[in-house]
Design a protein. Sequence first.
Length: 224
Amino acid sequence: MARILVVEDEEGLSGAIKEWLEDECYVVTVAKDGTSALNQLSSRSFEIVLLDLMLPGVSGIDVCRRYRESGGLAPVLMLTAKSTIAAKEEGLDSGADDYLTKPFDLRELSARIRALLRRPSTQPALTLQVGEIKLDKNSRVVSRKGETLRLMPKEFMLLEVLMRHAGKVLSSDDLIDHVWGTQAQITPDTVRSHVKSLRKKIDLPSEPSLVKTVHGMGYKIEEA
């Protein structure tokens, strides 16, 4: 699922947004100020950036402008209490793609995010396939030989990451970063448990597992 950076200094609001979006199976990272946001944007990739306009230190406008100047392409949704045309104009002119005025309904936030992800220039492939396993990001359906497989949200996200990087070994830390986020208190044992559960649901008893363990390195998915 999409990785989202939430840049918001109000802990109550950032916490509510993070919890809401994680329930919708997004991978969420929170930055509390402009400097932290720029550090995150320079070292990791995100599909959406939710950016508060009024931040301590480096402002949201400057964060957006610097991100665009550095070649950053992810859609930026500006969040702010300012509702004047001038404020919206400033945010959009700095490189933001959309503008949401506080207070807002979290359902509207989700709708705005979905709309931004639907844009052809930012939307990744919706259907992935490795061997007989097909994963449809749009309908959130996983199937094998036409039979639907029922996965839990984290199992779906784990499978998606492995399929998107098919043939490449991903460490436990890589998978934690993609599926749970860097701020999650998750151990390699949790990853191992989810891989085991995933294998039970996608593998056939008579065939080798699609998800391979590369000892000392991590996991990869490849055709059996």
